[in-house]
Design a protein around this ligand. Structure first.
Ligand code: KG4
Ligand code: ZN
Length: 360
């Protein structure tokens, strides 16, 4: 079954064709980073205008790269939330229009849920149903808009254990980069500079690491960096980057491993832009190996926003008989939702609200 997926929740215009939920035939991602960079963050008006200009070409490119035509598409899926309202509408309506015209099923996908399952569905497999021996999974979603730790026992079977109470992890990287005068987005810049700095140079706080909950907080860390920079004008930016990054990584890895042990998990997975971070991958890999946990991480281009993860999850929704009505509206502030009880008919999305994508 070939599913065409469409993703326009923030600043990436993406379309993909995925066969049977795992085999990526194409995954076109057109990033708007260069457009938003001068503003230091995503400008919603510019984002939606660019999605509108690109969506048709990106979908055609995805079909061409998959060497398919519309006639080969069995279902169409699109992100319906969370994200920027005006951006979501572009991909959602394009996908609905295609599904209506082709008279094929339409599946609305929760963007965060797609991030949650993507490392399992898309980590190196070349087709086929994911093996169940990786379950249960402790899944970290660490992006510019979200920091969520969840317990996954099957597709559509997840429970949020904790999430950030203030800034998302990627938001902290972006804000710290901004106060250090680095470029946008800040994560890759800090990652690069941290390689030449000392992780032990500055002892920044590990916020909530010892808190019994699985929640996170990064705004205090950002403020600590701000005060440190003001006081120590001669400090090496590389040391600040390495020490800040280590503080974020310690908390993310520490909480994920604690959750994995407490819940008897077989695997730990990570997705979202921050999961590309080299030190995060290194440390999570080491600690998972020490505890006999399997680490599931997808290729970098599947960690950031992409339509392949939308099409992959849609396959399993469709297989379970879940399709969406053409009246499905964009849901900018939708939560990840609670686990779907076995046999429940539709996608349930009434979980705790997840903050929409940040604007700096
Ligand atoms: O998943 P994503 O593309 O978009 C959202 O859905 O939010 O994540 C973007 C975030 C940005 O905050 C960016 O700074 C961060 O991911 N990021 C990184 C790295 N690459 C991207 N953070 C730390 N290290 C990186 N190498
Ligand atoms: Zn995302």
């Amino acid at each position: 079954m070939n599913i065409l997926g469409v993703e326009t929740s923030c600043d990436e215009t993406s379309a993909a064709v995925v066969r049977d939920g795992a085999r990526i035939l194409s995954n076109i991602v057109s990033s708007q980073i260069d457009i938003h960079r001068p503003y230091g963050g995503v400008v919603p008006e510019l984002a939606s205008r660019n999605h509108l200009q690109l969506i048709d070409a990106v979908i055609r490119d995805a079909l061409a790269a998959a060497q398919l035509t519309y006639a080969d598409i069995d279902a169409v899926a699109a992100t319906y939330g969370p994200g920027l309202a005006s951006s979501l509408l572009i991909g959602l309506n394009a996908a609905k229009g295609i599904a209506l015209t082709l008279e094929k099923p339409f599946i609305g996908i929760n963007h965060v849920e797609a991030h949650l399952y993507s490392p399992w569905l898309l980590s190196g497999r070349n087709g086929g149903i994911p093996s169940a021996d990786v379950l249960p999974i402790i899944s970290l979603i660490v992006s510019g808009g979200h920091t969520i730790l969840a317990h996954v026992t099957g597709i559509g079977q997840h429970r949020i254990l904790g999430q950030t109470i203030d800034d998302a992890a990627g938001e902290a990287f972006d804000k710290v980069a901004k106060l250090l005068g680095l470029g946008y987005p800040g994560g890759p810049e800090i990652d690069k500079l941290a390689k030449c700095g000392s992780r032990e140079a500055i002892k920044f706080p590990r916020s909530m690491l010892d808190d019994p909950s699985y929640n996170f907080s990064f705004s205090g860390l950002k403020t600590s960096v701000l005060y440190y920079v003001r006081k120590n004008t001669q400090a090496h930016v590389e040391d600040i980057c390495a020490s800040f990054q280590e503080a974020v990584v310690d908390v993310l890895v520490g909480k994920a491993i604690r959750a994995a042990i407490a819940h008897g998990a077989h695997s730990v997975s990570a997705s979202g832009g921050v999961s590309i971070n080299s030190r995060f991958r290194e440390k999570l890999g080491t600690v998972c190996a020490e505890h006999g946990l399997r680490l599931l991480v997808a290729d970098s281009q599947l960690c950031t926003d992409n339509a392949a993860m939308i099409a992959a999850l849609a396959y399993y929704k469709l297989r379970d008989g879940q399709t969406s009505d053409f009246s499905l509206e964009a849901a900018p502030s939708i939560g990840l939702g609670r686990a779907r009880p076995p046999g429940a008919p539709s996608i349930m999305t009434d979980g705790p609200a997840v903050r929409p994508y940040h604007e700096l």
